[in-house]
Ligand binder design. Structure first.
Ligand code: ZN
Length: 465
């Protein structure tokens, strides 16, 4: 360890005891202040604020980012003439492959290397994407998170139980983390013994919030049920929207007797949208990024219940601006207003990465796993299931059985799935005691090894379904 590293290690616990305004960096407090003000703004004011930030970002991209300098010149796009977010539609959509293949061209020339940091986004199919963001941008992220969690009673001085994709390098598999101000529990080690210990710690420390993934929250509940233990009493469960399937919310809320607060976000940091105190629709933070929902025909979804791919544009990442970036995630347009009175745009559902949700049938037909409703009672005596596909028209259902699982359950599961998938899919069942988590500690309902065809917006003609 370098001298600097050693000093940092010693000072870390002291440093993170400083007030949040200091230790979360220069963007934290201004972001909190901004969100406190904008929360009461009407649609026009929010849109005006967003357009102003967008113009600044586009001008910056035109001046300092080689990729956009070339693109804007080629298609005759003038950032000075942008009036609002709808004007973005003059620009083409940007996909992950283009970013990966031209990474250096996306870096702003006026941002010094020491003022940015590099990270990789949640890799799907083993192909993570590297992204740069401004140093200290994590503080802005924290401020937005804390603002939405405040809707269910959270304040930054309160402790959380973190059960999400962190490995804890000790024998008891949990620790206190000073920078997160949270007790971190490894969800890679949820054995009966460890779960009982986690539960004891959560109770003893009276941790008011559980911050996790829906799948981990459910797994934890299953173990507690088996152990005949009452769940710790949480004020709310904070769980990002990824992999929230029908039936899971109801189960979680009734088992824990607490509100499940969910939000949509992704590691590229372009779109963030969270629920509120009165409902389950995602309120899109217009201060954070520009969110578009693009239908299969390439036009923007605007009517309630219309569905499309989430396309995001940064308003804050000056180090590596992504403009009209295809997230690969899908959402449905929500109702025009919410009872909480906030004027943010609402989304009804925001689903995880497209290909993670889809199976490919014999006729290249796509079958959404969400539509298979695996929370049907045919699955009652399973602990966990996972769809595994390697070949078109064939799927393996990996099942972790409950002790009372019998052949009859297998027949019922096959019947339920065949009814849904018809004869375009050959279904086999396999049994396992261990369904491994992804490297980030997430449970994956679908492991898809095929390249699921993506909708090609550029080739689609506007106006046609
Ligand atoms: Zn609301």
């Amino acid at each position: 360890m370098s001298i600097r590293g050693a000093v940092k290690a010693v000072l870390r616990p002291v440093y993170y005891r400083l007030p949040a305004e200091i230790c979360y960096g220069r963007y934290y407090s201004p972001t909190l202040d901004l969100l406190r003000r904008t929360e009461g703004w009407d649609e026009d004011r929010l849109a005006e604020h967003q357009s102003e930030k967008l113009r600044v970002m586009l001008k910056h991209a035109a001046r300092n980012v080689p990729y956009y300098r070339t693109l804007f010149r080629r298609i005759g796009f003038d950032p000075e003439r942008v009036r609002d977010a709808a004007d973005l539609r003059a620009l083409p959509l940007l996909d992950k492959e283009t970013v990966r293949d031209n990474l250096d061209d996306f870096l702003a020339e006026n941002i010094k290397p020491r003022d940015r940091f590099y990270f990789t986004t949640g890799g799907t199919l083993g192909k993570p994407l590297g992204i740069y963001n401004l140093r200290h941008s994590g503080g802005r992220e924290k401020a937005v998170m804390f603002t939405q969690w405040a809707r269910v009673g959270f304040s930054p001085d309160q402790l959380r139980a973190l059960l999400r994709g962190w490995t804890v390098g000790n024998r008891r598999h949990w620790k206190y983390d000073v920078s997160e101000r949270a007790y971190v529990f490894s969800n890679f080690h949820m054995t009966a013994e460890n779960v009982a210990a986690y539960c004891r710690v959560m109770r003893a420390k009276r941790l008011p919030f559980l911050h996790s993934y829906p799948s981990a929250v459910i797994d934890f509940a299953r173990h507690l049920k088996d152990l005949n233990l009452d769940p710790p009493r949480f004020r709310a469960i904070l769980a990002s929207s990824e992999n929230l399937y029908p039936g899971q919310r109801e189960f979680i809320e009734s088992f824990y007797g607490a509100r499940l607060f969910s939000w949509y976000g992704h590691s590229e940091d372009l779109i963030l949208a969270g629920e509120c105190e009165v409902g389950n629709h995602y309120h899109v933070f217009s201060e954070y990024g520009v969110a578009e929902v693009i239908k299969e025909d390439g036009s923007a979804a605007c009517e309630e219940d219309e569905m499309g791919e989430l396309v995001g544009t940064t308003l804050d990442n000056f180090a590596m601006p992504l403009i009209r970036y295809r997230t690969g995630d899908w959402a449905k347009i929500g109702p025009p207003s919410c009872g909480c009175g906030r004027k943010y745009r609402l989304l009804k559902e925001a689903r995880g990465r497209w290909h993670q949700e889809m199976l490919v049938g014999r006729l290249e037909n796509l079958i959404s796993v969400t539509a298979l409703n695996v929370h049907n009672d045919a699955f009652d005596r399973t602990r966990q299931i996972q769809f595994y596909q390697r070949e078109k028209g064939k799927v393996e259902i990996r099942i972790k059985r409950s002790p009372d699982y019998t052949d009859r359950d297998s027949r019922r599961i096959l019947q339920a799935l065949k009814e849904k998938m018809g004869d375009t899919m050959e279904i086999t069942l396999s049994f396992t005691d261990d369904i491994p988590l992804s490297p980030r500690g997430k449970f994956r309902l679908v492991v898809q090894e095929l390249d699921v065809p993506r909708i090609d917006f550029e080739r689609a003609e506007p106006g046609k379904a």
